[in-house]
Design a protein around this ligand. Sequence first.
Ligand code: HEM
Length: 709
Amino acid sequence: MDDDTRGYLDEVMEYLGLKRTSPGPDDGVVNEEDDDECVGGGPGNRVVVPLDDETVDSLPILPLSIVRSPEGEYKGRLLVSHGGIVYDVTEFADNHPGGKDLLMTSVGLDLGHFFDNYTVHGNTDKAATWLAGMAIGRLTEEDAIIARNGTDSVMHVERRHFWLSKARRRVVFVAATLPMWMTVRSCVRFVGWLVPSLGRMLARLVPVVVPGLSQGAEPLLVNDYNTDGEGSGMISDENVPTVAIIGGGIAGCGTAVAATIGISGDSLRGTCRDFRQRARSIGTSEMDGPSRAAARKVPGAVGTLWAADPTPYDGSLRNVLKKDFEIYEKVVRFSDKVCNLFTFRWAPWRRNDTPSMYDAHTNLGLLNPLNVVPLYSLYKLMGGSELWWQVVFTPHYTASFLVDELRPFPAVFGPLIEAQIPLLPNEENTRSFASSRSDKDCNITTCQTWKDAGKGIREVFRMLTEDIDLRENTRILNVEVLPNGKKRIRDEYDNVMDVDRVVFACPANAVGNIHKRAGWLANTIFSTLVYADDHHPDSGHMHAVIHSDGSVIDERYRDDCLKRASNIVEITEKSDGTINIENQYNFGVQTPGPGVYDLPLDEKPVMLISHALGEGKSINEKLVVGTANHARAHPLYSGWNVMAMLSLRLVQGRDGIYYCSNWTTPGNCHDMSFLSGLVCAHAIGAKYPFEGDREAKKDFHRLRDLMGI
Ligand code: HEM
């Protein structure tokens, strides 16, 4: 890799918040230092707790059976082990930045597996030093090995689902009562419209939030902050209304931009404070470029597929698995018809509406059974083969969502995703044409804007965070509601700030430990959300390697793929009979920054982000720029998550606290997350900033409807 390319990759890495690190467990990087242990403190380091020999020797030896007590609790204490030392994490559980639910997953188990797969723990020395203060005993050498070897992803997933199923039992109850609460809210709003003071009083009596009327759920108005008493609308600097946004991903930026740009005159104005928990979410790896190739090496499904190109050719999987493609097409058509029926797409006033990701769950769409019936079940019911699902559907969309468990995706998802990242390309969802760069170019309709993404991402982030008091890499410890209605925010450096509204734009589990008084209902919702890592915590799709080693692509397709594919997916059968989905994001095509985009195709440097390398493959360590970890980045689009997302309206705005982010939307895309931020800002009093675009505004209102605010 030449210096320019390395410099550019470094810049992209820094910008995306990715780290130059040691790799994850299964990422195939040939790295002599892989086994070296170092104390937590650098990005991606293994977590080694700083306990000296004397302290370790003074710890009592405990039998493994104590750590591994049923459900992990020993006499009400939560115990874990790590490197042969036993830690009591009972008090820490309520302060764990990743949330109590995730920590509970590890109780009774060894932390090595968790720290390897949630590499955030090695980014600083916090986890290591905090653990040091919690050591209470040690295991014998044999027990330490048993503990480590006995903690794997199977055990992890089992435990995680034990806690998830507890939350699910509760959320079913909440979701079942949702229609009743929605009726109550509407009645109270109607009363509030007639007699505002009576509406406010009633809103205080019901246990769910009524937008605009419950305490804290009213929009902030400039006049409330008018200090000169003359009604001139002037705001003094001290008295300006403030909003704290916790989480600096695309959703947090959405709130920020609307709260600063979209607000003028008659509504909220003023500073907006963004506590960036991490600089991770902006521009992560969901970018889709012009097209995507897949080479499959699984018996019965040998062939290739240019996903955006329907043209039949010898060896195309469209021919090899023709029957399954036809079945899938029928499923999509069926789902489309049912969804259209519920969403009134057939009605004259909706005929010109553009397709929308938000439609499915709005208005009567809520009653559509395909919101909860999985697409997979319909496909299987209609005779589709497991092979096609594993070799075509899952890899194709894993490359988009970085979620390799797609069976829970609801059937409404079929037509929605076909409109955007089609497996069944046609004239409406794909354009195929000769571009100035290649006569073979195929473009997926939604993906053309990415051509300038390298430059664009920087510019977009700068613009979104303009005029904002930005605190990067600052953890928020606590949000407390004060008697005067203000929210007091305390960060890890003991800074304290009182604000009028708070917007959480971070992963669901993390909210609970920051907002300790969120209440039973909110906590039930936070606990229900299921993410990709809850199914496959150690799969290669949680760990990315950024590099320029083109040899990882089968040489038969290498040149073509590097020039024109946004993703390259290779599916192989592993020696244990399971299927491996290797995914390379081709950054050379996806986010070619200034100076790279315009290069002739055969002069472009190789810029790849690899996931789940196939057996026997490796990446030359010298060509590696860094790694990334996707834990807690990708919620699943599942019936459970839809239930939680729809129920969230019952707590949105309580005490002036709102929630946005991917888990508050039906799906997992940057545009939805961004819009969720705008929706929260709007509930707080900001105007929708893109008034001119009618279709976009319709989607904004659809998402408002879904989020219930
Ligand atoms: C009991 C031992 C654990 C300790 C001492 C611990 C400690 C920490 C610390 C210090 C952080 C913040 C890191 C930073 O700011 O640099 C963190 C974040 C996190 N932890 Fe843990 N952790 C533990 C267990 C777990 C487990 C078992 C999981 C997953 C199953 C987990 C998942 C997470 C996640 C996802 C975050 C990131 C939260 C966010 O940024 O939104 N942790 N943990």
